[in-house]
Structure formats: C-alpha cells, structure tokens
Design a protein around this ligand. Sequence first.
Ligand code: HEM
Ligand code: HEM
Length: 166
Amino acid sequence: MGDRVVISYSLSQRFLHWATVFLVLFNLLLPDGMNTWQRLVRHGGTPSPEQIASANIHAYVGIGILLVTILRLCLRFVQGVPPETAGEPAVFRLAARLAHASLYLLLLALPASGIAVYYLGMEALSALHADILKVILWIVISAHVLGALVHQFYWKTDVLRRMTVG
Ligand code: HEM
Ligand code: HEM
C-alpha cells in the first residue's frame, strides 16, 4: 500500500489509555473505604484490619495510576503521538491539547496529594485531594469525552479509531 503515515497511538499507548480510564473511574466512584479510614483516623479512632485493607485498595490503585501516567509520558516522548487532526478550527485543537495536558497534570497531582495525606499525614492537603482536584478531574474528563465525541461525529475526524482499534 506504499508509505503509511503513523496515524494511531501505539498498542501500548492504547492499552494504557483504557487501563487508566478503568483505574481512574474505580477511584473516583468507589473511594468509600478510604473515606471511612480518613473519618476514623481524624476522630482519633483505630481502623480495623478490614478497613485498612479497603483504604489500601484506593491507595494502591492510585499509585498504579501514578506509575502508568509516568510510563505514558515516557512513551509519548519516545514513540510520539499521531499528528493533530486537521478537520476543525484551530481553537479545537488547542482545546484538545489543553485537556490532555490538564489530564496528565491531574493524574500526577491526585496521587501525589493522596500519598501526602495517607502516608505522610499532611492533613492540610486533604481538601485539595478530596474536594478540589477531584472535581476538576470530573470536569476535565467530561470535557475530554465530549470533545472526543464532537471530533468523531461532528468534525468527522476519526479520533476514536486511533485510540481504539488503531
Ligand atoms: C478517566 C477518563 C480518561 C482519561 C484520564 C483520559 C486521558 C487521556 C489522555 C491523557 C489523552 C492524551 C494522550 C496523548 O496524546 O498522550 C487521551 C487521549 C484520547 N482519549 Fe482519553 N481519557 C479518558 C477517557 C476517555 C474516553 C471515555 C474516551 C472515549 C470517548 C476517550 C478518548 C480519547 C481519544 C480518542 C484520545 C486521542 C485523542 C487524539 O487523537 O488526539 N478518553 N485521553
Ligand atoms: C488518580 C488517583 C486518585 C483519584 C482519582 C482519587 C480520588 C479520590 C476520591 C474521589 C476521594 C473521595 C473524595 C470525596 O469524599 O468525595 C478520595 C479520597 C481520598 N484519597 Fe484518593 N484518589 C487517587 C489517589 C489516591 C492515592 C494514591 C492516595 C494515597 C496513597 C489517596 C488517598 C486518599 C485519601 C487519604 C482520601 C480521603 C481524604 C479525605 O476525605 O479527606 N488517593 N480520593
């Protein structure tokens, strides 16, 4: 078929994107074990082994997200990414770039603040983690998903393909 321009994310990049989606939604939707631990400790209680275990699940999933995010940034640097889509006004390309950068920042800042609260006892960062960054992440994810759908179905640039089947 002649020369083929790289139009897709690599298999590892695609796998790690969807693994991130799964892990992030898990921590966003099921933080109850960690919240119970936090409430107990703040009031001077002693968590049971079961309560510690379910708080640890949130922590380990979050640390997993941190490691996967660092790996993704390395892959992005080494393998590059497909060229930006060209079918839409430039402001939408800028919006996509901003959304991706914010997602990477949030996926570093949420685990970092969580680790500071959970392992280092830096209670002051608890509101940053559990109120502020959490809400910003929900907003950016919503914008990201909406943006992907607008690119796909309105501008008809095949962005979903390059992050799925390739
Ligand atoms: C927890 C939720 C999600 C997070 C944290 C996330 C994160 C990211 C990040 C950081 C990138 C940039 C990749 C790079 O260029 O290095 C990206 C790209 C992408 N994401 Fe997501 N994503 C999420 C959910 C979704 C969902 C649900 C969809 C499908 C509707 C989706 C579709 C895409 C597509 C199509 C791209 C490639 C964009 C392009 O080709 O420029 N993402 N995502
Ligand atoms: C991207 C990764 C993470 C996400 C999306 C996330 C998300 C959340 C959410 C949604 C809550 C509940 C907030 C609420 O009450 O509504 C929470 C609480 C908490 N998370 Fe995370 N988390 C992540 C990583 C981590 C890590 C790695 C740790 C520790 C090692 C951690 C420690 C905590 C603690 C201690 C709380 C309770 C804070 C409080 O209620 O004051 N998180 N997290």
